[in-house]
Design a protein around this ligand. Sequence first.
Ligand code: SF4
Length: 292
Amino acid sequence: MLAMPSSYVQPVLGWYADNARDLPWRAPGVSPWAVLVSEIMLQQTPVSRVLPAYAAWLGRWPTPAALAADPAGEAVRQWGRLGYPRRALRLHETATIVTEKHGGELPSTYQDLLALPGIGAYTAAAVAVFAFGRKHAVLDTNVRRVLARLESGREFPGAQVSAAEYRLAESLLPDDAGVAARWSVAVMELGALMCTAASPNCPECPVAAGCAWLSAGRPAAETRPVGQTYEGTDRQCRGRLLAVLRDSREPVNQARLDAVWADDVQRARALDGLVADGLVDPLPDGRFALPA
Ligand code: SF4
């Protein structure tokens, strides 16, 4: 018979106490702004690449007001090669709203955070929990995978977060908000380090005794999450075009952009997309620049 859900909490907290990575956004006294920056950067980028970018970003803009005082294009430039650069624009928009409407302090409730640009359900919950000690289910990819295996006996969760997953995650939260916050980050870490997508380390897992998927003999999923390709995609083309603009302090002409991508049709499509996303400004003289 499988263990009751509440029996997960202490083993996972104990494992986390011994195995948690020393990450700067988890340090005591880290500001809510720093927590938000880390969460936005970590959405689609691995920890190893986020670490230097996080330090540089907060070194330059330690508060929302500091970022809001600079042009949006500087946020895009500073974002560098982290990928998905619309995140930089959304952070700049958020910094401006926080400065103008919230007295320079991030709001602390889930609903108020959710109203800010680029902050979805996961990020609002994560900031409310990790920066403000509120009690919410925090469901990122790692947590969803752990819970799917532990509770549903499936190797991977579905493509979209379901209401049932939210109910399960809420039901597992310890009563005390502080313990609940620690549980949330601990399960996340368990998914990142132990219950990984490709090679879960079940023999050393602290909740192996209660794991439905392990108990069922680790049946393979019929469909597996597929990794995103990058080479030759519009995303790669956009990255090349944006790199030209980031590396130049002056607006650039069309020929500079043409030189970094051979396919005319794809390059034009990518450039149109960058302009539509507000990441590139087409100037009246025909040149292009990062947004003002
Ligand atoms: Fe994941 Fe294996 Fe632990 Fe189950 S026993 S939670 S599959 S690492």
